[in-house]
Design a protein around this ligand. Sequence first.
Ligand code: ATP
Ligand code: MG
Length: 362
Amino acid sequence: MSEHQLGGRLCICVGAGGVGKTTVAAALARARAERGQRVAVVTIDPAPRLAQALGLDELSGEPRRVATGAGELWAMRLDPKRTLDDLIASLAADEGVRERALSNRIYRELSGAVAGSQEFSAVAKLYELDRDGGFDSIVLDTPPSRNALDFLDAPARLMRFFDGRALRMLVAQGGLAGRASAPFLGVLGRLTGAGVLREIAAFFVAIGGMLDGLAARAAAVETLLRDPATTFVVVTSPRRAVVEETIAFAHELRAAKLTLAALIVNRVHPAGAPLPPAGALSEALGERLAALVAASVKARDLRAAADQSGLALLREAFEGLATVVIPELEGELEDLAGLERLALYLEPRPGSSTVGSPSVAQ
Ligand SMILES: Nc1ncnc2c1ncn2[C@@H]1O[C@H](COP(=O)(O)OP(=O)(O)OP(=O)(O)O)[C@@H](O)[C@H]1O
Ligand SMILES: [Mg+2]
Protein backbone atom coordinates (compact mmCIF):
# COMPACT_ATOMS: atom_id res chain seq x y z
CA MET A 1 0.00 0.00 0.00
CA SER A 2 1.47 3.35 -0.97
CA GLU A 3 1.96 5.63 1.98
CA HIS A 4 -0.18 8.25 0.29
CA GLN A 5 -2.97 5.94 -0.62
CA LEU A 6 -5.82 4.68 1.44
CA GLY A 7 -6.36 1.01 0.68
CA GLY A 8 -4.55 -1.33 -1.67
CA ARG A 9 -4.43 -1.59 -5.43
CA LEU A 10 -7.82 -3.27 -5.34
CA CYS A 11 -10.19 -1.72 -2.90
CA ILE A 12 -13.56 -3.14 -1.88
CA CYS A 13 -15.85 -0.70 -0.08
CA VAL A 14 -18.15 -2.59 2.26
CA GLY A 15 -20.55 -1.69 5.02
CA ALA A 16 -24.13 -1.37 6.18
CA GLY A 17 -26.95 0.13 4.11
CA GLY A 18 -26.95 3.83 3.35
CA VAL A 19 -23.67 4.74 5.07
CA GLY A 20 -22.00 6.16 1.96
CA LYS A 21 -20.29 3.18 0.29
CA THR A 22 -21.14 4.25 -3.25
CA THR A 23 -20.18 7.87 -2.68
CA VAL A 24 -16.93 6.96 -0.91
CA ALA A 25 -16.01 4.41 -3.60
CA ALA A 26 -16.48 7.04 -6.30
CA ALA A 27 -14.53 9.64 -4.29
CA LEU A 28 -11.68 7.21 -3.60
CA ALA A 29 -11.45 6.36 -7.28
CA ARG A 30 -11.51 9.99 -8.23
CA ALA A 31 -8.74 10.79 -5.74
CA ARG A 32 -6.59 8.04 -7.24
CA ALA A 33 -7.25 9.24 -10.76
CA GLU A 34 -6.29 12.76 -9.69
CA ARG A 35 -2.94 11.35 -8.60
CA GLY A 36 -2.39 10.12 -12.12
CA GLN A 37 -3.58 6.54 -11.91
CA ARG A 38 -5.73 4.73 -14.42
CA VAL A 39 -8.59 3.74 -12.14
CA ALA A 40 -11.83 1.83 -12.57
CA VAL A 41 -14.72 2.23 -10.18
CA VAL A 42 -17.54 -0.31 -10.22
CA THR A 43 -20.66 1.08 -8.60
CA ILE A 44 -23.95 -0.42 -7.56
CA ASP A 45 -27.05 1.67 -7.75
CA PRO A 46 -25.55 5.17 -7.68
CA ALA A 47 -27.92 8.08 -7.06
CA PRO A 48 -29.20 9.44 -10.38
CA ARG A 49 -27.06 12.56 -10.25
CA LEU A 50 -23.94 10.59 -9.38
CA ALA A 51 -24.66 8.15 -12.18
CA GLN A 52 -24.94 11.09 -14.53
CA ALA A 53 -21.68 12.60 -13.25
CA LEU A 54 -19.96 9.27 -13.87
CA GLY A 55 -21.46 8.92 -17.33
CA LEU A 56 -23.67 6.03 -16.25
CA ASP A 57 -27.10 7.26 -17.25
CA GLU A 58 -27.89 3.85 -18.61
CA LEU A 59 -26.96 0.53 -17.08
CA SER A 60 -23.52 -0.05 -18.44
CA GLY A 61 -21.68 -3.30 -17.92
CA GLU A 62 -18.55 -1.83 -19.48
CA PRO A 63 -16.31 0.86 -17.98
CA ARG A 64 -16.78 4.32 -19.46
CA ARG A 65 -14.24 7.08 -19.23
CA VAL A 66 -15.16 10.05 -17.06
CA ALA A 67 -13.63 13.41 -17.85
CA THR A 68 -11.08 14.16 -15.12
CA GLY A 69 -7.74 15.92 -14.83
CA ALA A 70 -4.48 14.09 -14.35
CA GLY A 71 -5.14 10.36 -14.59
CA GLU A 72 -7.96 8.31 -16.01
CA LEU A 73 -11.20 7.56 -14.24
CA TRP A 74 -13.33 4.80 -15.67
CA ALA A 75 -16.72 4.07 -14.18
CA MET A 76 -19.15 1.26 -14.65
CA ARG A 77 -22.29 0.07 -13.03
CA LEU A 78 -22.41 -3.55 -11.96
CA ASP A 79 -24.74 -5.60 -14.13
CA PRO A 80 -24.87 -8.98 -12.34
CA LYS A 81 -26.77 -10.84 -15.05
CA ARG A 82 -24.44 -9.65 -17.76
CA THR A 83 -21.38 -10.46 -15.66
CA LEU A 84 -22.58 -14.03 -15.40
CA ASP A 85 -23.48 -14.24 -19.09
CA ASP A 86 -20.04 -12.93 -20.03
CA LEU A 87 -18.41 -15.47 -17.76
CA ILE A 88 -20.38 -18.33 -19.30
CA ALA A 89 -19.69 -17.01 -22.79
CA SER A 90 -15.96 -16.80 -22.10
CA LEU A 91 -15.85 -20.40 -20.87
CA ALA A 92 -17.81 -21.92 -23.74
CA ALA A 93 -15.75 -24.06 -26.07
CA ASP A 94 -17.33 -22.64 -29.20
CA GLU A 95 -20.09 -20.42 -30.51
CA GLY A 96 -22.64 -23.27 -30.59
CA VAL A 97 -22.13 -24.21 -26.93
CA ARG A 98 -22.28 -20.57 -25.98
CA GLU A 99 -25.59 -20.06 -27.76
CA ARG A 100 -27.09 -23.24 -26.32
CA ALA A 101 -26.06 -22.33 -22.78
CA LEU A 102 -27.19 -18.72 -22.87
CA SER A 103 -30.51 -19.46 -24.57
CA ASN A 104 -31.35 -22.45 -22.37
CA ARG A 105 -34.59 -21.79 -20.52
CA ILE A 106 -33.28 -23.20 -17.25
CA TYR A 107 -30.16 -21.06 -17.49
CA ARG A 108 -32.18 -17.97 -18.32
CA GLU A 109 -34.55 -18.45 -15.40
CA LEU A 110 -31.91 -19.42 -12.89
CA SER A 111 -29.07 -17.16 -13.86
CA GLY A 112 -31.18 -14.16 -12.87
CA ALA A 113 -31.48 -15.58 -9.37
CA VAL A 114 -27.82 -16.54 -9.15
CA ALA A 115 -26.79 -13.20 -10.58
CA GLY A 116 -28.90 -11.79 -7.75
CA SER A 117 -25.91 -12.69 -5.64
CA GLN A 118 -24.36 -9.31 -6.24
CA GLU A 119 -21.40 -10.23 -4.09
CA PHE A 120 -20.32 -12.86 -6.55
CA SER A 121 -20.87 -10.67 -9.59
CA ALA A 122 -18.92 -7.91 -7.89
CA VAL A 123 -15.88 -10.03 -7.13
CA ALA A 124 -16.07 -11.79 -10.49
CA LYS A 125 -16.02 -8.38 -12.16
CA LEU A 126 -13.12 -7.30 -10.00
CA TYR A 127 -11.19 -10.34 -11.17
CA GLU A 128 -11.99 -9.69 -14.81
CA LEU A 129 -11.08 -6.00 -14.68
CA ASP A 130 -7.90 -6.81 -12.81
CA ARG A 131 -6.88 -9.39 -15.38
CA ASP A 132 -7.96 -7.69 -18.58
CA GLY A 133 -8.57 -4.02 -17.90
CA GLY A 134 -5.02 -2.67 -17.65
CA PHE A 135 -5.97 -0.57 -14.61
CA ASP A 136 -3.52 0.64 -11.99
CA SER A 137 -6.21 0.25 -9.42
CA ILE A 138 -9.83 -0.74 -9.06
CA VAL A 139 -12.37 0.43 -6.51
CA LEU A 140 -15.41 -1.72 -5.97
CA ASP A 141 -18.67 -0.56 -4.44
CA THR A 142 -20.80 -3.33 -2.93
CA PRO A 143 -24.39 -3.90 -1.85
CA PRO A 144 -25.16 -3.44 1.85
CA SER A 145 -23.78 -6.53 3.56
CA ARG A 146 -24.22 -7.91 7.01
CA ASN A 147 -22.08 -10.89 6.42
CA ALA A 148 -18.46 -10.65 5.29
CA LEU A 149 -18.57 -14.26 4.32
CA ASP A 150 -21.04 -13.45 1.54
CA PHE A 151 -17.97 -12.41 -0.41
CA LEU A 152 -15.86 -15.43 0.36
CA ASP A 153 -18.73 -17.88 -0.06
CA ALA A 154 -19.79 -16.41 -3.36
CA PRO A 155 -17.51 -18.46 -5.63
CA ALA A 156 -18.50 -21.70 -3.90
CA ARG A 157 -22.19 -20.79 -4.11
CA LEU A 158 -21.90 -20.29 -7.82
CA MET A 159 -20.24 -23.67 -8.19
CA ARG A 160 -22.99 -25.38 -6.22
CA PHE A 161 -25.46 -23.98 -8.68
CA PHE A 162 -23.59 -24.82 -11.83
CA ASP A 163 -22.41 -28.27 -10.96
CA GLY A 164 -26.06 -29.01 -10.61
CA ARG A 165 -26.13 -30.24 -7.02
CA ALA A 166 -29.12 -28.09 -6.21
CA LEU A 167 -30.94 -29.05 -9.36
CA ARG A 168 -30.21 -32.75 -9.04
CA MET A 169 -31.42 -32.76 -5.47
CA LEU A 170 -34.60 -31.13 -6.52
CA VAL A 171 -35.26 -33.55 -9.31
CA ALA A 172 -34.49 -36.47 -6.97
CA GLN A 173 -37.02 -35.11 -4.51
CA GLY A 174 -39.67 -35.82 -7.09
CA GLY A 175 -40.68 -32.63 -8.74
CA LEU A 176 -40.00 -29.02 -9.36
CA ALA A 177 -43.13 -27.28 -8.22
CA GLY A 178 -43.73 -25.62 -4.92
CA ARG A 179 -40.32 -25.90 -3.28
CA ALA A 180 -39.33 -22.38 -2.57
CA SER A 181 -36.75 -22.66 0.16
CA ALA A 182 -34.02 -20.83 -1.74
CA PRO A 183 -34.59 -17.96 -4.16
CA PHE A 184 -33.83 -19.96 -7.25
CA LEU A 185 -35.93 -22.88 -6.08
CA GLY A 186 -38.82 -20.44 -6.11
CA VAL A 187 -37.97 -19.60 -9.69
CA LEU A 188 -37.85 -23.29 -10.46
CA GLY A 189 -41.35 -23.71 -9.13
CA ARG A 190 -42.62 -21.70 -12.07
CA LEU A 191 -40.92 -23.98 -14.53
CA THR A 192 -43.40 -26.75 -14.61
CA GLY A 193 -44.84 -28.30 -17.72
CA ALA A 194 -43.75 -30.40 -20.60
CA GLY A 195 -40.20 -30.21 -21.71
CA VAL A 196 -38.74 -29.01 -18.43
CA LEU A 197 -36.78 -32.17 -17.79
CA ARG A 198 -35.51 -32.04 -21.34
CA GLU A 199 -34.41 -28.45 -20.76
CA ILE A 200 -32.66 -29.48 -17.58
CA ALA A 201 -30.84 -32.23 -19.41
CA ALA A 202 -29.83 -29.75 -22.11
CA PHE A 203 -28.65 -27.38 -19.41
CA PHE A 204 -26.33 -30.00 -17.98
CA VAL A 205 -25.01 -30.84 -21.42
CA ALA A 206 -24.34 -27.20 -22.21
CA ILE A 207 -22.79 -26.37 -18.85
CA GLY A 208 -21.07 -29.74 -18.36
CA GLY A 209 -18.04 -28.83 -20.45
CA MET A 210 -17.57 -25.61 -18.56
CA LEU A 211 -17.47 -27.00 -15.05
CA ASP A 212 -13.68 -27.23 -14.87
CA GLY A 213 -13.40 -23.71 -16.20
CA LEU A 214 -15.97 -22.46 -13.71
CA ALA A 215 -14.24 -24.20 -10.83
CA ALA A 216 -10.92 -22.69 -11.90
CA ARG A 217 -12.51 -19.24 -12.08
CA ALA A 218 -14.16 -19.62 -8.68
CA ALA A 219 -10.78 -20.62 -7.21
CA ALA A 220 -9.02 -17.71 -8.95
CA VAL A 221 -11.60 -15.25 -7.62
CA GLU A 222 -11.11 -16.57 -4.12
CA THR A 223 -7.33 -16.32 -4.46
CA LEU A 224 -7.71 -12.72 -5.61
CA LEU A 225 -9.91 -11.93 -2.62
CA ARG A 226 -7.23 -13.28 -0.32
CA ASP A 227 -4.38 -11.48 -2.08
CA PRO A 228 -2.88 -8.83 0.21
CA ALA A 229 -3.30 -6.28 -2.59
CA THR A 230 -7.06 -6.76 -2.32
CA THR A 231 -8.13 -4.67 0.62
CA PHE A 232 -11.43 -4.02 2.29
CA VAL A 233 -12.38 -0.50 3.28
CA VAL A 234 -15.20 -0.56 5.80
CA VAL A 235 -17.52 2.41 5.60
CA THR A 236 -19.72 3.19 8.57
CA SER A 237 -21.80 5.88 10.16
CA PRO A 238 -21.08 6.84 13.77
CA ARG A 239 -24.65 5.97 14.81
CA ARG A 240 -24.76 3.40 17.58
CA ALA A 241 -26.87 0.78 15.77
CA VAL A 242 -24.62 0.90 12.72
CA VAL A 243 -21.43 0.94 14.80
CA GLU A 244 -22.31 -2.39 16.38
CA GLU A 245 -23.01 -3.93 13.00
CA THR A 246 -19.75 -2.51 11.63
CA ILE A 247 -17.66 -3.88 14.48
CA ALA A 248 -19.11 -7.37 14.01
CA PHE A 249 -18.62 -7.16 10.26
CA ALA A 250 -15.02 -5.99 10.42
CA HIS A 251 -14.14 -8.68 12.96
CA GLU A 252 -15.59 -11.21 10.58
CA LEU A 253 -13.44 -9.89 7.73
CA ARG A 254 -10.37 -10.28 9.88
CA ALA A 255 -11.38 -13.73 11.06
CA ALA A 256 -11.76 -14.74 7.41
CA LYS A 257 -8.18 -13.52 6.87
CA LEU A 258 -9.22 -10.82 4.45
CA THR A 259 -7.19 -7.62 4.46
CA LEU A 260 -8.83 -4.76 6.29
CA ALA A 261 -7.21 -1.52 5.09
CA ALA A 262 -9.18 1.24 6.71
CA LEU A 263 -12.28 2.29 8.50
CA ILE A 264 -14.17 5.26 7.14
CA VAL A 265 -16.51 6.87 9.62
CA ASN A 266 -18.77 8.95 7.46
CA ARG A 267 -21.26 11.73 8.16
CA VAL A 268 -19.92 12.62 11.59
CA HIS A 269 -21.67 15.68 12.96
CA PRO A 270 -19.08 18.16 14.14
CA ALA A 271 -19.37 19.99 17.43
CA GLY A 272 -20.07 23.65 16.71
CA ALA A 273 -19.11 26.85 18.48
CA PRO A 274 -20.50 27.17 22.01
CA LEU A 275 -23.42 29.50 22.65
CA PRO A 276 -22.83 32.90 24.15
CA PRO A 277 -24.10 33.21 27.75
CA ALA A 278 -27.91 33.02 28.02
CA GLY A 279 -28.25 36.65 29.09
CA ALA A 280 -26.30 37.95 26.10
CA LEU A 281 -28.29 35.76 23.75
CA SER A 282 -31.72 36.94 24.89
CA GLU A 283 -30.50 40.51 24.95
CA ALA A 284 -29.48 40.20 21.32
CA LEU A 285 -32.36 38.09 20.03
CA GLY A 286 -35.23 38.49 22.46
CA GLU A 287 -36.47 35.76 24.82
CA ARG A 288 -38.36 33.59 22.34
CA LEU A 289 -35.81 33.52 19.58
CA ALA A 290 -33.00 32.99 22.09
CA ALA A 291 -34.86 29.94 23.49
CA LEU A 292 -35.25 28.49 19.99
CA VAL A 293 -31.60 29.01 19.17
CA ALA A 294 -30.54 27.47 22.49
CA ALA A 295 -32.74 24.39 21.86
CA SER A 296 -31.36 23.86 18.39
CA VAL A 297 -27.76 24.26 19.56
CA LYS A 298 -28.44 21.75 22.31
CA ALA A 299 -29.81 19.23 19.79
CA ARG A 300 -26.73 19.78 17.62
CA ASP A 301 -24.41 19.24 20.58
CA LEU A 302 -26.23 16.07 21.61
CA ARG A 303 -25.93 14.69 18.09
CA ALA A 304 -22.25 15.61 17.94
CA ALA A 305 -21.64 13.97 21.34
CA ALA A 306 -23.47 10.80 20.27
CA ASP A 307 -21.35 10.65 17.12
CA GLN A 308 -18.17 11.11 19.15
CA SER A 309 -19.12 8.22 21.40
CA GLY A 310 -19.79 6.00 18.37
CA LEU A 311 -16.43 7.05 16.99
CA ALA A 312 -14.72 6.25 20.28
CA LEU A 313 -16.22 2.75 20.27
CA LEU A 314 -14.94 2.18 16.75
CA ARG A 315 -11.46 3.43 17.58
CA GLU A 316 -11.32 1.19 20.60
CA ALA A 317 -12.44 -1.84 18.59
CA PHE A 318 -9.94 -1.20 15.78
CA GLU A 319 -6.88 0.24 17.43
CA GLY A 320 -4.06 0.61 14.94
CA LEU A 321 -6.30 0.55 11.88
CA ALA A 322 -6.23 3.66 9.69
CA THR A 323 -9.39 5.58 10.50
CA VAL A 324 -10.82 8.31 8.34
CA VAL A 325 -13.40 10.67 9.73
CA ILE A 326 -15.60 12.43 7.23
CA PRO A 327 -18.00 15.03 8.56
CA GLU A 328 -21.58 15.47 7.53
CA LEU A 329 -21.03 17.71 4.51
CA GLU A 330 -23.35 20.43 3.34
CA GLY A 331 -24.48 20.82 -0.23
CA GLU A 332 -24.34 18.65 -3.29
CA LEU A 333 -22.06 15.61 -3.15
CA GLU A 334 -23.45 13.74 -6.09
CA ASP A 335 -21.37 15.32 -8.81
CA LEU A 336 -17.68 15.37 -9.63
CA ALA A 337 -17.08 18.54 -7.61
CA GLY A 338 -18.86 16.95 -4.64
CA LEU A 339 -16.73 13.83 -4.93
CA GLU A 340 -13.66 16.00 -4.98
CA ARG A 341 -14.73 17.65 -1.72
CA LEU A 342 -15.22 14.25 -0.15
CA ALA A 343 -11.93 13.00 -1.58
CA LEU A 344 -10.04 15.68 0.39
CA TYR A 345 -10.76 13.66 3.51
CA LEU A 346 -9.47 10.47 1.99
CA GLU A 347 -5.91 11.63 1.45
CA PRO A 348 -3.68 10.54 4.32
CA ARG A 349 -1.62 13.26 5.89
CA PRO A 350 2.05 12.28 6.15
CA GLY A 351 3.13 11.02 9.56
CA SER A 352 -0.33 10.07 10.71
CA SER A 353 -2.29 6.87 10.59
CA THR A 354 -5.41 8.93 10.94
CA VAL A 355 -6.63 11.02 8.11
CA GLY A 356 -9.53 13.38 7.86
CA SER A 357 -10.14 17.04 8.27
CA PRO A 358 -8.50 18.65 11.26
CA SER A 359 -11.65 20.75 11.54
CA VAL A 360 -13.57 17.73 12.75
CA ALA A 361 -13.28 16.99 16.44
CA GLN A 362 -11.62 13.58 16.74
N1 ATP B 1 -20.19 12.92 4.29
C1 ATP B 1 -21.43 13.07 3.81
N2 ATP B 1 -22.15 14.19 4.10
C2 ATP B 1 -23.41 14.34 3.63
N3 ATP B 1 -24.05 13.44 2.88
C3 ATP B 1 -23.40 12.30 2.55
C4 ATP B 1 -22.07 12.06 2.99
N4 ATP B 1 -21.68 10.85 2.49
C5 ATP B 1 -22.72 10.37 1.79
N5 ATP B 1 -23.75 11.24 1.82
C6 ATP B 1 -25.06 11.06 1.18
O1 ATP B 1 -25.68 9.95 1.79
C7 ATP B 1 -26.52 9.28 0.86
C8 ATP B 1 -26.20 7.79 0.86
O2 ATP B 1 -24.92 7.60 0.30
P1 ATP B 1 -24.58 6.34 -0.60
O3 ATP B 1 -25.60 6.11 -1.63
O4 ATP B 1 -23.17 6.50 -1.03
O5 ATP B 1 -24.69 5.19 0.51
P2 ATP B 1 -24.57 3.62 0.29
O6 ATP B 1 -23.87 3.07 1.49
O7 ATP B 1 -23.95 3.33 -1.02
O8 ATP B 1 -26.09 3.19 0.29
P3 ATP B 1 -26.68 1.73 -0.13
O9 ATP B 1 -26.34 0.82 1.01
O10 ATP B 1 -28.13 2.01 -0.27
O11 ATP B 1 -26.00 1.34 -1.40
C9 ATP B 1 -26.31 9.96 -0.47
O12 ATP B 1 -27.35 10.88 -0.68
C10 ATP B 1 -24.99 10.71 -0.29
O13 ATP B 1 -24.91 11.89 -1.08
MG1 MG C 1 -24.67 2.15 -2.61
